[in-house]
Design a protein around this ligand. Structure first.
Ligand code: KG4
Ligand code: ZN
Length: 327
C-alpha cells in the first residue's frame, strides 16, 4: 500500500510518502518545513501564526513530497492525517487538506492520533516489536507511559500531573536565556556543565506509581544561582532519571518484552543513554526512533495508519479512524 501522510499538529508542517503494510514500511519521502525561526522571537509557538504558515506551506510541500517519493497521484492508496491532540487551527489545516485531496482524488483518508504516531515512529526502523510493549511518549505537550499487550491496544498507565518534560525543557531554556526551542539548547549547553555543582530534587521518584511532575523542577531552576551550563546539566540529569525510572518501573510491573521511547524529548542523548543502560541491564528489547523521527514528522503518522488499516487498496473516498480500525 502507498500512503501520503500529513502532520500539522503544532508548528512543523510535515508530509511523507510511505510504501508498505502491516508493521513494515519504507519511507519514500519525509519532509518537514520547520517554523522554528518564525516563532523564535516570541519565545514559543503562537497558534494563529502557526496555522497561517501551515496554510501557505501545506500544498507546495505535498507536491514536493510526491515528487521526491516518485509517486504519481493515481498510485496513492490512502491519505493519513493527524487529527488530535494539537493546536486546533494547525490541525484543521492538515485535516482540511487531507479531506480535500481525498475527495478530489477519490482516496480514503485515515485519521491518526498524534501520540499513536510518536509510538509508531518506532516501527520505521524495521525492528520487530515483541509484546507486552511499554512506551514512553515524551514531547512538548505530553509525557505518558502506555502499555500495549497486543497490537492496537493502548492502555494509559501513567503520565505527567502537570507539565510535559519538553515544556519544562523549553521553560528552563527561557530562564537560562537560551532561546527557543529549549530542548536542544539545554542539552547542548549541558555538555559543558559539571556534575555536583547544582542539586535539584527528583519529584515523585519514590512514589509507587508511573506518574511524573516537572513543574516544581522548572520553578526550582528559576530560584537557582549558578552557571547556566551546570544548571542545564543537573536539570537534564533530573529529567532523564525521572522519565527512565518510572518507565522501567512500568516495564517491570507489566513484564514488558519491548520498551520504546518516542516524541521530541526522546531525541535527548542523555535520556537515550539512560534508557539504553537500563534496557541492557533488564534484558528487554529497546526501540528508539532515529533522531529525525522523534520530533514531529509525517512519516510516523503514515506508519501508524499503515499498521492499523490492513488494506485500503482500491477503496474510494471515505473517512477512517486509525485509532479504532482493527485488522
Ligand atoms: O514531539 P515534538 O516535536 O512536538 C510535540 O509533539 O510537542 O516535541 C517537541 C519538544 C519540545 O519541547 C523540545 O524542546 C523537545 O521536544 N526536544 C528536546 C530535544 N529535542 C526536542 N528536549 C530535550 N532534548 C532534546 N534534544
Ligand atoms: Zn509530537
Amino acid at each position: 500500500m502507498k500512503i501520503l501522510a500529513i502532520e500539522t499538529s503544532c508548528d512543523d508542517t510535515s508530509v511523507a510518502v510511505l510504501k508498505g503494510g502491516g508493521e513494515r514500511a519504507l519511507v519514500l519521502a519525509s519532509l518537514v518545513a520547520s517554523q522554528e525561526k518564525l516563532h523564535a522571537r516570541f519565545g514559543g509557538v503562537v497558534p494563529e501564526v502557526a496555522s497561517r504558515r501551515h496554510l501557505e506551506t501545506i500544498y507546495p510541500l505535498i507536491e514536493l513530497a510526491l515528487k521526491k517519493g516518485k509517486l504519481a497521484v493515481v498510485k496513492i492508496d490512502a491519505i493519513a492525517v493527524t487529527t488530535n491532540p494539537g493546536l486546533l487551527g494547525s490541525l484543521l489545516v492538515g485535516v482540511s487538506a487531507a479531506k480535500t485531496l481525498g475527495y478530489l482524488w477519490n482516496k480514503p483518508v485515515i485519521g491518526v492520533n498524534h501520540l499513536l504516531g510518536h509510538i509508531y515512529a518506532g516501527w520505521l526502523g524495521g525492528e520487530k516489536v515483541e509484546y507486552p510493549l511499554v512506551s514512553l511518549v515524551t514531547s512538548g505537550g505530553h509525557s505518558e507511559i502506555i502499555l500495549t499487550k497486543h497490537t492496537g491496544e493502548y492502555i494509559y498507565v501513567g503520565g505527567t500531573r502537570d507539565d510535559a518534560a519538553g515544556e519544562a525543557f523549553d521553560k528552563v531554556a527561557r530562564t537560562l536565556g537560551l532561546g527557543y526551542p529549549g530542548g536542544p539548547a539545554v542539552s547542548k549547553i549541558a555538555q559543558t556543565g559539571k556534575r555536583g555543582k547544582i542539586k535539584l530534587p527528583r519529584p515523585m521518584i519514590d512514589e509507587n506509581n508511573f506518574d511524573f511532575s516537572f513543574s516544581g523542577l522548572k520553578t526550582a531552576v528559576t530560584r537557582l544561582n549558578g552557571k547556566p551550563a551546570d544548571i542545564a546539566y543537573e536539570f537534564q540529569e533530573a529529567v532523564a532519571e525521572l522519565l527512565a525510572s518510572k518507565l522501567f518501573a512500568a516495564v517491570e510491573k507489566y513484564r514488558a518484552k519491548t520498551v520504546l521511547i518516542g516524541g521530541g524529548v526522546a531525541a535527548n542523548r542523555r535520556l537515550r543513554d539512560e534508557v539504553a543502560g537500563l534496557a541492557e541491564k533488564r534484558k528487554v528489547k529497546l526501540i528508539i526512533p532515529e533522531f529525525k523521527y522523534c520530533t514531529d514528522n509525517a512519516a510516523m503518522i503514515g506508519m501508524a495508519a499503515l499498521s492499523r488499516t490492513s488494506s485500503l487498496k482500491g477503496e474510494k473516498y471515505k473517512w477512517y479512524n486509525a485509532n479504532v480500525v482493527t485488522d
